[in-house]
Design a protein around this ligand. Structure first.
Ligand SMILES: Nc1ncnc2c1ncn2[C@@H]1O[C@H](COP(=O)(O)OP(=O)(O)OP(=O)(O)O)[C@@H](O)[C@H]1O
Ligand SMILES: CC(=O)N[C@H]1[C@@H]2OC[C@@H](O2)[C@@H](O)[C@@H]1O[C@H](C)C(=O)O
Length: 375
């Protein structure tokens, strides 16, 4: 099976703001076409219930009713996203379904993405590739980031060295070197701490356009203490849980809302700037929701001392990139191409991963059958 497939990629990110869905045509190596995309937000109650799971996920059993309830509601929203997207595109071969990470502890060989792949397959009558991270953590990898495979495919012909920074709930970076090397890691917090802080003080789910942070002063003492966390002196590859730096909210609790927001924004930026690569990237492309925050973008520009551009300047849709990525990775899974790599996820070797469910299908599509290569 090496012919390009039409895939819908689905990503529910650590920001817990909703599901992103995107169409992509790919063979898992080359991206032939990027199609329509959409985002369906979660309602406030679903967001809150999902958020509540995060603090308890480490001790939750896989059949905990509160988890199953959130899983079902999230999956239903994903089904709606697929149905809406199918109205805008031609025939779809397969779905790449990331699910929602509720717990990520690679040191314990655990990572947990909730989402009912069988239900999604039944309701859409499509094969669903899912569970992209488990095999990697089982093999001793970080289970993340996986987007570097997609970044490298998109930038096959770009000038190097280049860095692609995703600022989601957590921030992660891909470094593409002159000699084809791909180095990656989570840099530190992205928007998640700022979101939690903004919600606490304004009742709005994020610091819209950085308005709160812009009015504040960075508390340098607190910032230095936050940056003393051993995570920042660890070399890549390394990855984070959304809640990894949640104690930063306590650290800024004595600040005014504006100063706290400014300090947390500075934390995200400084964590990126501390990341070391074999060479200084000539340019940084930023994707993920954080690129909409002008305070983050301005401060990154100062701290990185290199051009910082939105990924949109390359013709990308920075809001759909992760969804496209899991469409791309779904085809890699089907082709048994690696998701794990020593310099990307820290796994001991280049290894495949992911799982396929065809729960909704009465007959296998011809491209999935073993005789496809001969036909
Ligand atoms: N105009 C804006 N001003 C400030 N922040 C914004 C704006 N637009 C989006 N954001 C931020 O972007 C976040 C969503 O980003 P994104 O969708 O990339 O996250 P995600 O995909 O859930 O996370 P991850 O990549 O960690 O899985 C919001 O929670 C918010 O913090
Ligand atoms: C465990 C998990 O879900 N990690 C996410 C999260 O969100 C951003 C960052 O942390 C990244 O490591 C990863 O997602 C992207 C898509 C990745 O795997 O590349």
């Amino acid at each position: 099976m090496s012919r390009p497939l039409n895939v819908i990629g689905l990503m529910s990110g650590t920001s817990l703001d909703g599901v992103d869905a995107a169409v992509i045509r790919t063979d898992g190596v080359t991206v032939f076409e990027r199609g329509p995309s959409l985002s369906l937000p979660y309602d406030a109650d679903l967001r809150q219930c999902a958020r509540a799971l995060l603090d308890r996920a480490a001790h939750l059993s896989p059949d905990a009713p509160e988890m199953l309830d959130v899983e079902r509601r999230l999956t239903e929203r994903h089904i709606e996203a697929v149905q809406a997207l199918r109205l805008q595109t031609g025939p779809v071969d397969v779905i790449g379904f990331h699910g929602q990470t509720i717990y990520h502890a690679p040191a314990l060989h655990r990572t947990w993405q909730i989402g009912d792949a069988a239900l999604l397959s039944r309701e859409t009558q499509l094969p669903v590739v899912h569970d992209f991270r488990s095999a990697d953590v089982a093999a001793g990898g970080e289970g993340a980031p996986l987007a570097p495979w997609y970044h490298a495919a998109l930038l096959q012909d770009a000038q190097r060295p280049v860095a692609i920074l995703n600022i989601g709930g957590v921030a992660n970076v891909t470094f593409l070197g002159r000699n084809g090397e791909i180095i990656a890691c989570d840099t530190g917090p992205g928007n998640a701490l700022m979101d939690d802080w903004a919600f606490r003080h304004t009742g709005v789910a994020c610091d819209m356009d950085g308005a709160l942070a812009r009015k504040g002063q960075v508390d340098q003492t607190i910032l230095d203490a936050l940056l003393a966390d051993p995570y920042f002196s660890r070399p890549a590859p390394k990855s984070l849980d959304r809640q990894s730096f949640i104690a930063a909210l306590d650290a800024v609790s004595g600040c005014s809302p504006a100063d706290g927001a400014a300090t947390l924004a500075a934390f995200t930026v400084a964590a990126v700037a501390q990341t070391r690569f074999p060479e200084k990237p000539a340019v940084w492309y930023v994707c993920g929701g954080g690129r909409h925050n002008p305070v983050l973008m301005e401060e990154l520009q100062k701290a990185l001392n290199a051009p910082v551009r939105s990924g949109d300047s390359l013709g990308w849709n920075g809001d759909a990139l992760e969804a496209e990525c899991f469409g791309f990775l779904a085809v890699r899974v089907l082709r048994w191409l690696p998701l794990s790599a020593p310099d990307i996820t820290g796994a001991p070797d280049f290894l495949p991963g992911g799982r396929l469910t065809c729960a909704g299908l009465t007959t296998l599509p011809q491209w999935l059958s073993l005789s496809d290569e001969d036909s």
